[in-house]
Design a protein around this ligand. Structure first.
Ligand code: ACO
Length: 314
């Protein structure tokens, strides 16, 4: 059994927030664009439901795949900002998509959550325990943003993305390398009383480039691949400078690197599947190809992986 991406979808909140929104807290469009590449982001309404975005993203991933919903026996939603304390988002996503009695759970690995979830979903398929697995990333980071703190508020956005993984016998073998270092918790966290993200930006920047580059290199080496074999590289969209630095470390041709942080900012575990959906819409993904992904987040956690895509009707 070989897992590959067979469907992709995303959903963003309606409200677009330009950089000028942060002028009042001492920031500027010029600073944000220069230091991060971000131009705008989407905010979920205060009373909005993240599950609505996750259902829309997951529904379009399934629909675009042409797979039958009743083939899907597992639903994993990577999130740190679910609508309820319990239950998580995944059970609601499964129920609202008619995936009756599918196994469904949320996975929390901060911004690396989607890469962790992809590895897990792929392993279920490779072991023969699942024919198809729905993997979603959904975040409403505005729920844990200190709106008065210019060093974090300008970076974050809301949204959801999803992929459907299925067994594609002639797809390239997936491989992932994941890691964590809980000694670095003070660099990026939201504690349970304050409930707002606190971050040492410059330190996180250094770790992000180092960990994503190292994990991606390990994956490529293990699979005896070079950058020339990769059709598209999608890293966690935290900051355009971080993503470009990783591409440079790996020696990746710039045209294989995908960036959409300018439009959506950092959407944590939703960032990679939202980027995939934008890449697809912009004609950056043909019917088949080899994808490399990399992410890092609070914990710190990180991971990278390669897997194929095979998209119906393209
Ligand atoms: N607008 C204007 N000035 C600002 C802003 C802002 N939004 N934020 C910080 N500054 C100021 C600082 O106060 C500092 O001023 P000083 O020199 O007078 O002290 C100056 O800009 C430089 O600040 P640095 O923090 O050194 O700027 P840097 O170039 O490192 O960029 C940034 C900051 C964008 C945060 C960068 O460090 C970064 O991207 N780090 C990684 C962030 C990240 O990926 N976080 C993880 C994701 S969050 C999550 O998990 C959901």
């Amino acid at each position: 059994m070989t897992a590959a991406i067979v469907g992709i979808g995303a959903a963003l909140p309606e409200r677009t927030v330009p950089n000028s929104h942060f002028d009042r807290i001492g920031s500027s469009d010029e600073w944000i664009v220069k230091r991060t590449g971000i131009r705008e982001r989407r905010f979920l309404a205060e009373d909005g439901h993240l599950a609505d975005l996750a259902v829309a993203a997951a529904g379009s991933a399934i629909e675009s795949s042409g797979h039958r919903a009743d083939d899907i026996r597992h639903v994993v939603v990577a999130t740190t900002t679910p609508d309820r304390v319990t239950p998580g988002l995944a059970v609601e996503v499964a129920a609202r998509l008619g995936l009756a009695h599918a196994a469904a759970f949320d996975l929390h690995a901060a911004c690396a959550g989607f890469v962790y979830a992809l590895d897990h979903g792929g392993a279920l398929i490779e072991s023969g325990r699942a024919g198809a697995v729905l993997v979603c990333g959904a975040e409403a980071l505005t729920r844990i943003t200190d709106r008065e703190d210019r060093s974090t508020a300008v970076l974050l956005g809301d949204g959801a993305g999803a992929v459907l993984l299925a067994d594609v016998p002639d797809a390239p073998a997936p491989y992932f390398h994941l890691g964590s270092d809980g000694r670095q918790i003070p660099l990026l966290y939201a504690d349970r009383h304050d409930r707002k993200l606190r971050m040492d930006g410059p330190e996180i920047f250094v770790h992000a480039v180092e960990k994503m580059s190292d994990a991606a290199r390990r994956v490529l080496d293990r699979q005896e691949l070079t950058c020339d074999d990769i059709d598209l590289f999608v890293a966690h969209q935290a900051n355009a400078r971080i993503v470009r630095a990783v591409g440079k470390e790996l020696g990746l041709p710039p045209e294989r690197l995908f960036l959409n942080v300018d439009r959506v900012a950092n959407t944590s575990s939703a960032s990679i599947p939202i980027a995939l959906s934008h890449a697809l819409r912009e004609g950056r993904m043909g019917r088949t190809g080899l994808l490399a992904v990399a992410a890092f987040g609070a914990g710190i956690t990180w991971g990278a992986g390669v897997l194929g895509w095979r998209l119906a009707g393209r």
